[in-house]
Design a protein around this ligand. Structure first.
Ligand code: ADP
Length: 619
């Protein structure tokens, strides 16, 4: 792999790690982890010196017990409203739904009367589903007429712990602000909250960040520990000073009302206290908002990039130490964001950091290992090749050296001189060819060289090889015979094929005793050419047969034969045949002889001609 391809692959791995981390961060379990982190951050917020601006008048168990229970709620409420109003609150919000006429004639009358007298009264409305459509359930007109505003008490079912509450709800073409928000407006002498663009609500001098989204305008409630005063409806007179000038929320806290809300601190509070908490969040004016998505993306991308760079530039323990730093940073980022009132999903950066560190470390680890293995195998291959080249070149060099020495030292006849110079010429050509072959085979093995693709007949290859091997065979008194030679055309590198066949021939001669025969045949069967070299030599047993294509392997018999060899030739032959899309087959019997067969694809001349014509026409 080139350096550039390597870098690209590494970058792709890091990008994939980043994408995976981000994707995992969108799964529901990640959401749960984010919520746990959010709740813990909220609970760990340092306490501030904050005087609550609201109070709760609780129609509690005792109140209901003493005053006749839920049946009498309207009368009880009427009394509580009247007494609270007498304490001069800044606003008075009622968290008891008054949509139905409950046939409590006296209760309704007294409540209506109490409402009329009350100043800055805010009444609740709720969303109900009628025939699949959401509708507002408003207080009866006789009550609503007395209210300065209506505010909704709807809670989002999707948020199990009321981390965020909807400030605005629209149904039936009517928009309603949350009860606490309306109360805040009224308490600050305004008629209604003011919408300031799509991402802000202004009221009472506070700008509330509440962006329009598909889930409505929501606000994170910054819950206070239990510091908001809660006064029993039975004890209003005794605690008037707690209510004076405050926004007072009146509601039922008794279990009978079944109005409890779970909050991020892990416990439930009465619904009416929930409104007071929302009110306090607005009054404090310090809001939590979601970190912008582009910022989240940027931070996560930076973590992935850091992990990638660390393992690209460093290795060993410094890399791992830096990686731990990145992991720590991924945890620290959401914490630090929270300190700056920004809610940053906890899971995503952590997932991106871990996966990227893992991906980068494994890539570098495996890459370094592969690199090492490659360089080692390259080294040994190179050593083998040098070994082979040195050995193979010695023979022609000795011949050249010897001939030239004879020519200079002795006074030779012209004919002899001619013969020797021809010999020098042919041996040096042989040497040059061998060097070329050596370089070609090297490059072939390295994958650098494109094999030539030419057409040639097997007959020609055999003829050339026989001519070259003839003197060697003659010296050993071995007869080279040709059997049936098929008329077949091959496509590939002729010189390499010649090299391979010549090797098989010389091996057959080398490992055969004098007076024997070496037979060559070439059969074409169904597009497959089988070129066989059969000898009557020393042969090999089955175990030896398995190893002969390994570099440097020589059989015991070959060593004992006294024939020089390196054990490389056959491995090159196999490489060449494989590069031609073919394979080798060997059969042998110790003491009887061997048969080496090259099997490659070939065509009969008729088929070759037809093909050539077709490709010519296409061309
Ligand atoms: P070299 O001939 O230089 O030793 P080769 O790679 O050509 O190397 O052959 C590897 C081994 O295979 C030889 O050393 C020999 O043991 C065995 N071998 C090859 N050809 C023959 C053959 N025709 N008959 C018997 N053994 C052979």
């Amino acid at each position: 792999m080139s350096r550039r391809a390597q870098t690209a692959a590494y970058a792709a791995v890091i990008a994939a790690c980043f994408a995976t981390g981000m994707a995992i961060g969108w799964l529901p379990p990640a959401e749960r982890v984010n919520n746990i982190f959010y709740d813990a951050s909220l609970a760990r917020e340092p306490r501030q010196n904050w005087t609550p601006q609201s109070a709760v008048v609780a129609i509690d168990e005792q109140t209901l017990g003493r005053l006749g229970g839920m049946r009498n709620i309207r009368s009880i409420l009427a009394g509580a409203v009247a007494r609270t109003d007498a304490a001069a609150p800044a606003a008075l919000a009622v968290d008891v739904l008054l949509a139905d006429d409950n046939f409590d004639v006296w209760g309704n009358q007294s409540l209506e009367a109490a409402f009329r007298r009350a100043r800055n009264l805010i009444l609740p409305c709720d969303l109900i589903r009628v025939n699949g459509a959401l509708k507002w359930e408003d207080p009866l007109p006789r009550f609503a007429a007395a209210a300065a505003a209506l505010g909704h008490v709807y809670r989002d079912a999707a948020d199990d712990s009321n981390r965020q509450v909807p400030l605005e709800e629209i149904a039936d073409g009517k928009r309603r602000w949350a009860l606490a928000l309306e109360t805040f407006s009224v308490a600050h002498g305004e008629t209604a909250p003011l919408e300031n663009g799509p991402s802000e609500i202004d009221t009472g001098g506070v700008a509330i960040p509440a962006t329009h989204s598909e889930t409505g305008r929501k606000m994170y409630v910054r819950y206070l520990p239990p510091v908001i005063p809660v006064v029993s409806a039975l004890e209003i007179e005794a605690h008037r000073e707690l209510l004076r000038g405050k926004a007072v929320f009146i509601g039922v806290t008794a279990q009978a009302a079944n109005d409890q809300a779970l909050i991020p601190f892990g416990y439930a509070i009465p619904g009416v206290l929930m409104h007071a908490q929302i009110y306090e969040t607005i009054a404090r004016g310090r809001f939590l908002t979601d970190a912008r998505y582009s910022v989240q993306l940027l931070f996560c991308a930076m973590l992935a990039a850091a992990a990638g760079l660390i393992f690209a530039l460093r290795s060993g323990w410094p890399a791992y130490a830096l990686a731990v730093l990145v992991l720590a940073l991924s945890v620290w980022i959401p914490v630090e964001f929270f300190h700056h009132d920004l809610v940053f999903p906890f899971f995503q950066p952590v997932a991106v950091a871990w996966i990227s560190v893992g991906g980068a470390a494994s890539f570098q680890h495996f890459f370094v290992q592969r690199q090492l293995r490659r360089s080692e195998s390259e080294k040994s291959r190179y050593q083998q090749a040098i070994h082979w080249a040195a050995h193979e070149m010695r023979t022609p060099l000795t011949a050249i050296q010897g001939s030239s020495e004879i020519m200079t030292r002795y006074n030779l006849s012209d004919a002899k001189r001619q013969q020797l110079s021809e010999m020098i010429n042919s041996e040096s050509k042989h040497l040059a060819r061998m060097i070329q072959t050596f370089l070609d085979v090297e490059r072939l093995a390295d994958g650098q060289m494109e094999m030539k693709r030419e057409r040639f007949t097997i007959a020609r290859v055999i003829e050339t090889c026989l001519a070259r091997a003839a003197p060697v065979a003659e010296r050993k008194q071995i007869r080279l015979c040709t059997e049936e030679i098929a008329d077949a055309t091959l496509t590939g590198d002729r010189e390499l094929m010649e090299y391979a066949l010549y090797n098989l021939l010389t091996n057959a001669v080398k490992y055969s005793p004098a007076g024997t025969e070496v037979r060559i045949s070439a059969e074409l069967r169904r597009g497959e050419l089988r070129v066989a070299v059969r000898d009557q030599g020393i042969g090999m047993d089955a175990k030896e047969l398995k190893n002969i294509f390994k570099k440097f392997y020589r059989t015991r018999r070959a060593e004992a034969s006294g024939e020089a060899g390196t054990g490389i030739g056959l491995s090159i032959v196999e490489q060449i045949v494989t590069h031609h899309g073919g394979r080798m087959e060997v059969s042998s019997e110790p003491g009887k002889g061997s048969c080496f067969t090259m099997i490659v694809a070939a065509q009969s001349p008729a088929a070759a001609a037809k093909n050539a014509e077709a490709s010519h026409r296409r061309g």
